[in-house]
Ligand binder design. Structure first.
Ligand SMILES: Cc1cc2nc3c(=O)[nH]c(=O)nc-3n(C[C@H](O)[C@H](O)[C@H](O)COP(=O)(O)OP(=O)(O)OC[C@H]3O[C@@H](n4cnc5c(N)ncnc54)[C@H](O)[C@@H]3O)c2cc1C
Length: 481
């Protein structure tokens, strides 16, 4: 008998979503990620969990409707990570005609008619607070509801939930070779040790590495997919309030300016063709200049390269917002599923579609990923503020800011981190702003963190405010914890 039913190569959003769904349906799952969970392309995705309003321009109303439905599911199952926001799109006739945008918004609102989020409206930027940080020449804006998400935490919580349902999640585990017969036999270099695992089915969810994995690991023809490099920048907060700004750029692309981890603004995205090693993708001076110019066109504060505190880049599949989910049917041989790309918002649904392709192979009960919350997500999406207040009543030493961060990251699992603590001193050593020893230990035991970067860039974005000394102290603590 094979060691597991499904082996998954790749711990990005696609791999982790399949792992959660499959483990939840009783399959024995092993996921192998060569670095850290969410450290591939997913780390550079732009924090949006949305219907993608501008997709209507391309005539994709059905896809927008499906994404809006998935967005609302995500809000219910992960109300800590997925947060509703007012998206503000300044209207001006240099780009799309205002009447066209209003028509689009009318359709978007119809497609979101069942959503519990506030309805769309037209804003007068000369009086609405959304206009305070924008240039005076902008008169009107359309405002609609959508959501933001922390993608890397979404990956980690999918993996944690899969593990809670019996999946083996291996980070630092690179799949180097595979042989296919009635089962798959995989060689994995796991933290320097080589091990062999057998699986009844294999999922190649290695993102921009999928071609390379197909050719060099699976010894199969290269996967037909092309990739673009997507970049984003982080600057000091450019505006007050929680609005997400949707900026029409002069190349017809939309650039988003998103409130980011309390004191920052995330600006994305720029796209460029890219053919090299995905691990080497980085934001170029041109990418940074493009994003600074797009934001400076709208905001009163001008930004330039020197203002950029952090930049991310990753590779995303082009032309496949639905993603590629393909089963290779070789008679008599163990099945292979390839999953590439697709929107963040629909990753949960994509995992269902992927597993449906294995329905003739495994007996599968229905998926429950749409109704069961992710770890810590067992509270109502509109009670986020109540969760913060309750936490501050229980742990009276928490500042509002600290409690907000902990609820946004862990939801009701805050209990497992803070437990019986009575003061900050009970939380162990402090690293930088408000990261403490108990949180670090929780991340190491429950969320697969091994190194400081796993914590400060993927399980949080505290790297934006931590000093080098803080990070070194954290690395030392983790090495001995
Ligand atoms: C840069 C970027 C921008 C995006 N922008 C948007 C957007 O604007 N809107 C939207 O809705 N969606 C967007 N998406 C899509 C969305 O985020 C994807 O659904 C998600 O990123 C899926 O990524 P993945 O799991 O396929 O790939 P990845 O996150 O790249 O994961 C693949 C993993 O496989 C691992 N791996 C590779 N080879 C091996 C091996 N041999 N052994 C073990 N592990 C291996 C890699 O280390 C990597 O972590 C974007 C995605 C990217 C990458």
């Amino acid at each position: 008998m094979a060691d597991v039913d499904i082996a998954i190569i790749g711990g990005g959003l696609n791999g982790a979503s399949v792992a959660r769904d499959a483990a939840g349906r009783g399959l024995r799952v092993a996921l192998f990620e060569q670095n850290d969970l969410g450290s591939g392309g997913t780390a550079a995705a732009p924090h949006l969990m949305h219907g993608n309003f501008i997709d209507l321009e391309r005539g994709n109303a059905l896809r927008v409707r499906a994404a809006l439905a998935e967005r609302d599911i995500a809000l219910r199952i992960a109300p800590h990570l997925v947060r509703p926001a007012r998206f503000v799109l300044p209207v001006h006739s240099e780009e799309r005609p205002p009447a066209m945008l209003r028509g689009g918004l009318f359709v978007y609102s119809l497609l979101a008619a069942r959503s519990p989020l506030p309805r769309s409206e037209v804003l007068d930027l000369t009086i609405d607070e959304a206009g305070h940080s924008l240039k005076r020449s902008l008169g009107l804006a359309l405002a609609y509801s959508d959501c933001t998400v922390d993608e890397t935490r979404l990956v980690v919580l999918n993996a944690a939930d899969a593990a809670a349902r019996g999946a083996a999640i291996r980070t630092g585990a690179r799949c180097v070779w595979a042989e296919r017969s009635g089962t798959w036999r995989l060689a994995v270099v796991n933290r320097g040790r080589r091990e062999t695992v057998t699986a009844r089915a294999l999922v190649n969810a290695s993102g921009a590495w999928a071609r390379q994995v197909a050719e060099t690991v699976l010894h199969l023809p290269a996967v037909q997919a092309s990739f673009v490099k997507v970049s984003q920048i982080v600057v000091r907060r450019m505006f007050d309030g929680d609005n997400v700004y949707v900026l029409q750029n002069d190349d017809r692309r939309m650039v988003y300016a998103i409130p980011y981890h309390r004191d920052f603004t995330l600006i994305g995205t720029s796209e460029r063709s890219f053919a090299g090693d995905p691990a080497m993708a980085s934001a170029s001076a041109d990418d940074i200049a493009y994003l600074c110019a797009a934001a400076s066109r709208y905001f009163r504060v001008r930004i330039e390269g020197a203002d950029v505190m952090h930049a991310m880049a990753g590779c995303d599949a082009t032309g496949h917002r639905n993603g590629i989910v393909k089963r290779d049917r070789k008679s008599g041989k163990a099945p292979l599923l390839t999953m590439i790309g697709g929107a963040t918002t629909t990753a949960r649904r994509r995992a269902e579609i992927a597993l449906a392709q294995l329905a003739s192979f495994f007996e599968l009960p229905p998926s429950r990923t749409a109704s069961e919350p992710l770890p810590g997500g067992d509270f109502g999406w509109d009670t986020f503020g109540d969760q913060v207040d309750t936490a501050r009543q229980r742990w009276t030493f928490l500042s509002e800011r600290h409690a907000q961060r902990l609820i946004a990251s862990y939801g009701t699992r805050i209990e497992r981190i803070l437990g019986a603590a009575k003061s900050m001193d009970d939380l162990g050593p402090r690293f930088g702003d408000d990261l403490t020893g108990v949180e670090v230990r929780y991340l190491m035991t429950e969320e697969f963190a091994r190194f400081a970067d796993d914590i400060v860039w993927r399980r949080s974005k505290l790297g934006l405010t931590m000093s080098r000394q803080d990070r070194e102290a954290l690395e030392t603590f983790m090495a001995t914890a």
